[in-house]
Design a protein around this ligand. Structure first.
Ligand SMILES: [Mg+2]
Length: 89
């Protein structure tokens, strides 16, 4: 995360907040579409990997924008809940 912060801030400075939201939405939609296509053998694994990379970068961008610690705290809370669900089985 640290090594991307400069790039995330530069993207924000250049294109602004709204454009980052739009880009995140677009990349998520592309990953969704690619996974659908994978199920029908219309794309290969590399296409999915590329879309995962796009989404991962945009999640990094959003995390930078909303606060890394806040996202980390929310993730930890969700992991605790997930672990509880797994233990309940
Ligand atoms: Mg993409």
């Amino acid at each position: 995360m640290k090594r991307y912060r400069e790039i995330y801030q530069a993207a924000l400075d250049k294109w602004g907040v709204e454009a980052q939201y739009d880009q995140a939405i677009e990349e998520c939609a592309e990953l969704i579409a690619s996974l659908k296509h994978l199920k029908r053998n219309k794309v290969d694994e590399q296409a999915i990997i590329n879309e995962i990379a796009d989404v991962t970068l945009m999640i990094g961008q959003l995390t930078y924008m909303f606060g890394e610690q806040k996202v980390e705290d929310a993730m930890q809370a969700k992991l605790v809940k997930l672990q509880e669900l797994l233990n309940a089985r």
